[in-house]
Design a protein around this ligand. Sequence first.
Ligand code: LRH
Ligand code: MN
Length: 429
Amino acid sequence: MEEVIPRELIEEENADRIDALEEEYEGLGRSLSRRGLRIDPIKEKLKSFAVAVPSWGVGTGGTRFARFPLAGEPTSIFEKLEDCAVIQALGRNTPTVSPHFPWDKVTDYAALTEKADSLGLKFDAVNSNTFQDQPDQAHSYKHGSLTHADKGVRAQAIAHNLECIAIGRKLGSKAITVWIADGSNFPGQSDLTGALDRYLESMAEIYAALPADWRLFIEHKLYEPAFYSTVISDWGTSILCAQALGDKAQCLVDLGHHAPNVNIEQIVARLARFGKLGGFHFNDSKYGDDDLDSGSINPHQLFLVFNELIEAERRGGNFDPAYMLDQSHNVTDPIESLINSAAAVAAAQARALSVDRAALAEYQTKNDVLMAFNTVRRAYDTDVSPILAMARYELGGAIDPIAAYRASGWRARKAQTRDAPATASAGIV
Ligand code: LRH
Ligand code: MN
């Protein structure tokens, strides 16, 4: 296995911190046991928690206005995998990478799989892209892709998704995420129902090409780049399409794809209730699809989402959501943001696991509103960082991954060895 961060460095970094951590961990353990909760089972659950890193999030991101490259940022999927391995070596909860095509296209997928293996990484869901035109493309996606009025354009978009599935099979992926930008900017521009019918027709062809053990994730989004109507704009349209397509089709919730103040945790509960919760693109936002670091703006919402996930898991049934990050790092080192964000998602789960579920159910049944709220809020107010750090430590990671990353000098070293990043004008990647 290729060692991106020397074992000794992590051990050195941890040696100065382990005594304090053990003290904090025992202290939290005592406080949780006074609430009838045991800390070790929560730690064990966190040790098996994993969230996938988006390959497109490891380079610096941008907006339509500008992108400011970072010296030493990855310039190929092979270099992106190295950075993903750094995140995994230190944080220990991001063992998979979600690739995006054609951004991550290579000529030799066996070599790419080998590289991932040598770095201890696996590939998660593949992402197709029919929201940009590629140089050698026959038809433009300007007026849509899977829902385009022209059958030739739809066929091209379907073929791209089938190609992504074929690539994913070589990489060992087990799912494809289909997000399309299709929509309109003017009333009257689009036949709203015709567009949906064409979507279902196209997706049925993609569904038919799925290997038996694969899933198809439908990602809804309220708006952007279309600003009047979007074909797959909300969870309602998504679940109806997933139900129409079949059991292997499920809904993917990107936290940034909703109108401000929408109750996303209830959407999660609904999708889980009907066995259609396929997965997540975790990020955070204040206004639109800002793709900010998970938990950086509204950590309470992230906690409430995991509170519903714990409840849904307790109810059993068809529940195996794929956890993935989908962020754009415009002003931070992407490795630091991804380490932080994976920890923020894990923290949301740890807090949700600190809810006294028996007490909550009783207060809910008795309509003791305030005590029901306090039971959930008390868990949210719990500082679970000792549990996360102990889980990382026991998995061979860094007690303080950001400090260890900075001590490693990784970015400065890569700035010496990697090509200078392309001076991009604008764009998300
Ligand atoms: C669309 C989206 C989708 C990706 C893209 C990079 O906003 O969330 O998941 O394909 O970002
Ligand atoms: Mn997304």
